[in-house]
Write a protein that binds this ligand. Structure first.
Ligand code: DGL
Length: 270
């Protein structure tokens, strides 16, 4: 490996979401690839993406990607199901760096269900997308799929309200139709929702399997970095940097709460 290559391999991996939800994916990436330097942008000023048009989401993704590429990112992880559905094709047309997206884990849920009934909790944007229809066509044919848009839940997590009465009431409301249909497996189809896993499990019961895509995204990133010869050669844990475009004081509290240790959060007007 020559010096130039080493230098380029030590560039950071960039991760973003409409807000703080993608931190659930960032955790898996940092655990699997601790020597990769990571950058994270929470586009919280524009959350939720779930109620925006695909055009509006694409514009936000371009803005955030331009910012992260200007920080010398070597790969981009779209840690957001809604943004992936609306913008991954446009992002891949516009930029040449490796871009990893994500989609609700319908395939894994179809493999895990015991009674053939799966529930999908996601944003309106994800559930209405052509990508989600294609996903159901590919992997949902032999199972019954009950979908539920969870309006207002992303905002609870953005405020750091993981276990309040209001959050639990929304979870009860949105899980009720899935349980009424008999779903024994529930896909957490939005990266914000894994932060509610405990609250959801307490409501739906331990026997219901909850499926999250974060670990699969981290595996996919590892594979792409290897495939492109872009893995870091560092032998120590690298730094993780956070940016937000919402009120940085509140963001610092919420991001630290979700990340699990106190995090420095920089403000950007992006
Ligand atoms: N975290 C995002 C996702 O995975 C969506 C949140 C939003 O609606 O902004 O879909």
């Amino acid at each position: 490996m020559n010096a130039e290559m080493t230098q380029s391999n030590e560039r950071p991996v960039a991760v973003f979401d409409s807000g703080v939800g993608g931190i659930s994916v960032l955790k898996h990436i940092h655990t699997l690839l601790p020597n990769e330097q990571l950058l994270y942008v929470a586009d919280s000023k524009h959350a939720p993406y779930g109620s925006k048009t695909p055009q509006e989401i694409q514009e936000r993704c371009f803005k955030v990607a331009d910012f992260l590429i200007a920080q010398d990112a070597k790969a981009l992880v779209v840690a957001c199901n809604t943004a992936t559905a609306a913008a991954i094709d446009a992002l891949r047309l516009r930029y040449t760096l490796p871009i990893i997206g994500m989609e609700p884990a319908v395939k894994s849920a179809a493999a895990a269900t015991r009674n053939g009934i799966i529930g999908v909790l996601a944003t309106t944007g994800t559930l209405k997308s052509a990508q989600f229809a294609a996903l159901l066509e590919s992997y949902g044919r032999n199972v019954e799929v009950v979908t539920q848009a969870c309006v207002g839940l992303v905002e609870c997590i953005e405020r750091g309200e993981l276990n309040t009465e209001n959050t639990k009431a929304l979870i009860r409301q949105y899980c009720a139709p899935l349980l009424a249909e008999g779903a024994d497996t529930i896909v957490l189809g939005c990266t914000h929702y894994p932060f509610l896993s405990e609250a959801i499990a307490a409501i739906v019961g331990k026997e219901v399997i909850l499926i999250d895509t974060g670990a699969a995204v981290a595996n996919q990133l590892q594979y792409r970095l290897f495939d492109e010869g872009l893995q870091s050669a560092r032998n120590h844990t690298a730094s993780v940097s956070f940016w937000t475009n919402s009120d940085a004081v509140n963001a610092q509290q919420v991001i630290s709460q979700l990340w699990g240790v106190s995090a420095e959060v920089a403000y950007s007007s992006l």
